[in-house]
Design a protein around this ligand. Structure first.
Ligand code: SF4
Ligand code: SF4
Length: 448
């Protein structure tokens, strides 16, 4: 194992103010559980899980309460024991409604774990993939893609490089940072397991150079690994944590337009996902809890919390001493890629990395103006798109033209909107435009 300074960095990107010092030294803290958990059946990309329980059922901690409903779907487990008080729908951070199981908690410690692997080194790849699927593990860095699907490349695709993403490039968020500092050894075992499942020759753990304590902790933990393994120290630059940008920064390989990491022999997994893999294989623990950063200048006691999924945002904010005065803006996730929310009765999921509460002083309200063709958005775009043109097509409802100039390649990183002097709502346009294209494609596929 060695440490290498990355030779590459992606084109474009920005350097926002990071505000990570608010919580970067705040150790993960367990919260008092709420009275109820509202456990969503869609905590992942793909079809929502199918509910396996009914009102009035007693459920044990870690009991499976939702089963995958298709190839791209994921299981859901009860994070804590209790009684199913209702089956309902709940709002999610992106504003959609989702089926959910409400559990009234009873404090019972009994749990229904899977059988731990005694000798995981000699377990078959299939057995470990099955466990990863059973445990409902999904990518915890963003989209929530089911991990067993990502670890099963189709025939003809060879994966030679496993990249573990510890960049956490979003301003304010420090949940992954604290996981690396406090759980380096568990993450190390998760990485060993992922390497075995994939049969990857090369392993790189990518961390930005603004997290020296995490670099040090992971260097120490990975010392025991043999073969082509390195901590890859990346220049701090947003969005260094985006998959395609990170693959380039670490390997110099460029994922082709419309392509996937596997097209260049890579799989990227987040550090918290590696921890979840460790927990599922070594402890038989399904994915039910995660680290969440609750922060911002409107939070009394900014913290990193260890949270059961299905916990309402208001409970987490109360666990951090509440807000200082009025929080003008509350964001699920970070300020660049997160979603502004209008209520706090939103449950956390396997992909909830943070809750950001900002005061009026931090939220600058600008009126959007006409594009002045300054080109700054083009320079900032890490996907080499032309954001100004894309947005003009979408505003004119000419979605086909936007699609033609690679709208779907937009990773919604927000770099273009950050630098735009006219304060154009660019990302909102791109999200809407992409939604139209995806619905159109789904309808066309349904007709076939
Ligand atoms: S167009 Fe998309 S990918 Fe490019 S900077 Fe804007 S949000 Fe990011
Ligand atoms: S940065 Fe804003 S004003 Fe400048 S070209 Fe892009 S969209 Fe237009």
């Amino acid at each position: 194992m060695n440490t290498e300074k990355s030779k590459f960095t992606f084109k474009g990107g920005i350097h926002p103010e990071y505000f990570k010092a608010l919580t970067s030294e705040a150790a993960l803290r367990k919260i008092e559980p709420p009275q109820y958990l509202f456990v969503p059946m869609q905590q992942h990309l793909g079809a929502p899980a199918k509910i396996l329980v009914k009102q009035g059922d007693e459920v044990k901690r870690n009991q499976r309460i939702g089963e995958p409903n298709g190839h791209v779907s994921s299981a859901v487990h009860a994070p804590l024991s209790g009684k199913v008080s209702a089956l309902t729908t709940v709002p999610t951070a992106n504003g959609r409604l989702c089926p959910a199981v409400i559990i009234e908690l009873n404090g019972n410690e009994e749990s229904e774990n899977y059988e731990p692997f005694k000798e995981w080194q000699s377990a078959t790849e299939k057995a470990m993939l099955t466990r990863i699927a059973e445990a409902g593990i999904v990518g915890m860095g963003g989209a929530g893609f089911p991990t067993q699907v990502k670890l099963s490349p189709p025939a003809g695709k060879t994966i030679d490089t496993l990249i573990i993403n510890g960049a956490e490039c979003e301003p304010y968020l420090t949940a992954d940072h604290r996981m690396m500092v406090e759980h380096a050894e568990e993450i190390h075992i998760g990485i060993e397991i992922l390497r075995n499942v994939l049969g990857a020759r090369t392993v790189r753990l990518a961390i930005e150079d603004n997290k020296p304590d995490a670099i040090q902790a992971m260097e120490k933990a990975l010392q025991k690994m043999t073969g082509d393994v390195a901590v890859s120290v990346l220049k701090t630059s947003y969005p260094q944590g985006a998959e395609k940008q990170q693959i380039f920064s670490v390997t110099g390989r460029e994922v082709p337009r419309g392509g996937l990491p596997m097209d260049v022999g890579c799989v990227v997994e987040n550090v918290s996902t590696a921890f979840a893999v460790y927990d599922a294989i070594i402890n038989g623990q399904p994915l039910t809890h995660r680290a969440v950063t609750v922060t911002g200048d409107a939070i009394e006691n900014p913290s990193n919390l260890w949270v059961p999924t299905g916990t309402h945002y208001h409970h987490l904010i109360a666990a951090c001493g509440g807000t200082i005065g009025h929080a003008t803006k509350i964001i699920a996730g970070g300020p660049m890629m997160g979603f502004a929310v209008t209520g706090l009765d939103i449950p956390t999921t396997k992909t909830s990395s943070g809750i950001l509460c900002l005061s009026n002083q931090r939220v600058t309200q600008y009126a959007s103006q006409a594009c002045i063709s300054c080109g700054r958005c083009v320079e900032a775009c890490p996907m080499r798109l032309i954001p100004s043109e894309l947005s003009q097509f979408i505003e004119a409802e000419d979605i086909e033209s936007a699609e033609r100039i690679a709208l779907l390649d937009c990773v919604e990183c927000g770099s273009c909107a950050y630098v735009c002097p006219a304060h154009r709502p660019l990302v909102q346009h791109f999200r809407r435009g992409k939604g139209v294209v995806l619905v159109k494609r789904a309808m066309a596929a349904g007709k076939k």
